[in-house]
Design a protein around this ligand. Sequence first.
Ligand code: GLP
Length: 252
Amino acid sequence: MVARESTPDVRITASPAQAQDLVLDEIRALLLPGQRSLLGLATGATFAGLFSRLQTEFAAGRLPLAALLATHLDEYLGFPPERKGGMVHELEAGCPALAERRRAGMFLPVPHDGTEAALRAHEQRLQRAGGVQLQLLGIGRNGHLAFNEPGTPFELGFHVTTLAATTREDARPRFLPDEPPLQACTAGLATILQARRVILCAFGKAKAPAVAAMLDGEVGAACPASVLRRHGNALVLLDREAASELGRAARA
Ligand code: GLP
């Protein structure tokens, strides 16, 4: 892990669609025919638009599906790929090409059973695939990355975690009439730091306090996303609303 602090490249885009254009360009540069660079996907409403555009690009042959080797960040405990509400289910519903890649062994799902053996085997699988070259990230309104909730040490790899109350509240609509899960398997912050490049996207007013804490607050476990200031190759794409609380401390 790089202990030195560095400033992520922060860009304020006119709209989420413009941010998606930039992310698509980076994915295009990664998916070169004949190469297998591991792409780390993220879930959540932030990326729904991107996945439908990715599906269109694959279906039209404008992106080479055969070059896609992918994984993702996290899965609810006890949610196999076919279970609605789960992260793999969400990813494959948004971009059905991913289901095809999973059947070909080219989409590597996060284990959903949470055993130590499965988590370590998953880490080894990612390493054998050359490590994540480009990791997409969203941010929770409490500053979480993947399911690393506030208080999570920066040093962890894949682990089982208990979801914060705000995370479960935000997830509630997707599980109704059932209760949202209590636990998940997640990439750790050390895992995320290992990716060669990371791109975090955040849109909308509700994300503004978490974005300000990530970029202007202290680097530490209180805001897991602040770990990106220890990554030397991070891009943060925001819309104006998500960026609206940046620089407040400096302006006060
Ligand atoms: C979940 C995921 C995170 C994601 C977050 C934000 O909690 N584990 O990886 O960043 O949701 O989701 P949304 O994009 O829906 O705001």
